[in-house]
Design a protein around this ligand. Structure first.
Ligand code: ZN
Ligand code: ZN
Length: 163
């Protein structure tokens, strides 16, 4: 009698494990299908396209001390707080605030698509939203690998334990 209840206990555990694994595999499948469909989605913007749009709207120029006269603010980059040097690559936004090209591009990618000083929008909202959707997609890909790793690990260990 006790061996029978033990059998049912094991049966319950095995069913539970199998059901969990099946559920995880379904999640991975759905995610990969979703990933495929959104990769062909033209509304997603890669980092390169995003930087190209910034460049189109606010072309890179080289700093020259002669420009200083028409600048209302001190000739320093508000992101890294260092003074512009002759011939350094700079980017001037529509709000006339000027930053190092690299400093500004990093800011626009990591923080927000607005001027670090006055918060004037640099790119339209839909462009920024598309770019961040793309970034989220990249993060999902990372977590997929974790789930797959977990799956392969659990296939290796729990199955050996129960069978
Ligand atoms: Zn800078
Ligand atoms: Zn500004």
């Amino acid at each position: 009698m006790s061996s029978l209840s033990l059998f049912f206990y094991h049966l319950k555990t095995i069913t539970l494990v199998l059901f969990t694994l099946m559920l995880l595999e379904i999640i991975v499948l759905i995610r990969s299908v979703m990933g495929l469909s959104s990769k062909s989605d033209k509304r997603l913007i890669t980092t390169n396209q995003y930087l190209k749009l910034i460049e189109e709207k606010n072309p890179t120029t080289r700093y020259s001390r002669r420009l200083r006269t028409d600048q209302p603010h001190p000739a320093e980059c508000a992101v890294c707080l260092s003074e512009f040097k002759e011939e350094e690559e700079i980017r001037r936004l529509q709000c006339v605030h000027t930053f190092h090209k690299d400093c500004l591009d990093r800011w626009l990618q990591q923080c927000s698509a607005t001027c670090p000083l006055c918060r004037t929008k640099v790119l339209p909202d839909e462009v920024v939203a598309s770019y961040h959707r793309m970034q989220d997609q990249v993060e999902y890909d990372g977590s997929d690998e974790e789930v797959i790793f977990f799956l392969s690990a659990s296939h290796g260990t729990s199955f050996n334990r129960f069978f």
